[in-house]
Design a binder for this molecule. Structure first.
Ligand SMILES: [Fe+2]
Ligand SMILES: [Fe+2]
Length: 203
């Protein structure tokens, strides 16, 4: 078991050991470290803990390289309750759930906000903490992404983290709709609240 105490200095080696517990391509690894760097940069603008932002960014997609069958099997074996749409989707909607469960059960991470950021980085949720917001934004806007994401980077000029999350969620909802998939209820609830100008909890 890796003792990953967020208060201690964690090396790239520690993080890689955790990430390597699951299949990970070099593209995915670059994305996770890119997310970590941007989440840390944003944390300094929004008075968040940079070390926690970095760790959450590194770990958020650690289960994204699993096959759909393996993600479903993990959920089955561990008796994790998921929505039908999450189960059907396989890894795209199960990877945050599997990573969150693994990090908690193996006692690798005990920080509730890091765990929340990993668990909800895909959909968001009303009332989510600032760390989750930073990881959601960094996940979409980090440097190693290309294509349409380039023009999205102006989102980083916004002064408010809730505004950034709203724009990121609008982009995700448009994309998911365009490929004919259903929007996760947590994602639509979060976006509706943000569009009504409801400030998410922060903290
Ligand atoms: Fe993800
Ligand atoms: Fe990601």
């Amino acid at each position: 078991m890796v003792d990953l105490n967020v208060e201690s200095s964690m090396t790239r080696w520690d993080i890689d050991r955790i990430i390597n517990s699951f299949p990970v391509s070099e593209v995915l690894r670059r994305h996770m470290y890119g997310t970590a760097r941007l989440a840390k940069e944003l944390s300094l603008r929004f008075s968040e803990n940079p070390q926690k932002a970095y760790i959450a960014g590194c770990l958020h997609d650690m289960c994204r390289g699993m096959s759909d069958a393996d993600s479903r099997e993990y959920v089955d074996i561990n008796g994790i309750q998921v929505l039908e749409m999450e189960y059907k989707s396989g890894t795209p909607l199960l990877h945050p759930i599997v990573a969150h469960h693994y990090l908690r059960e193996k006692q690798i991470v005990d920080d509730e906000r890091i765990l929340e950021a990993v668990r909800y980085h895909t959909t968001g949720r009303p009332g989510m903490c600032n760390l989750t917001k930073l990881v959601m934004v960094a996940d979409i806007l980090e440097d190693s992404r290309d294509g349409d994401f380039e023009e999205m980077r102006s989102i980083l000029d916004l002064n408010n983290i809730d505004d950034m999350v709203r724009e990121v969620l609008r982009f995700k909802v448009d994309y998911i709709t365009s490929i004919g998939l259903k929007i996760h209820p947590l994602m639509s609830d979060t976006l509706k609240k943000l569009e009504k100008g409801v400030i998410l909890s922060g903290g």
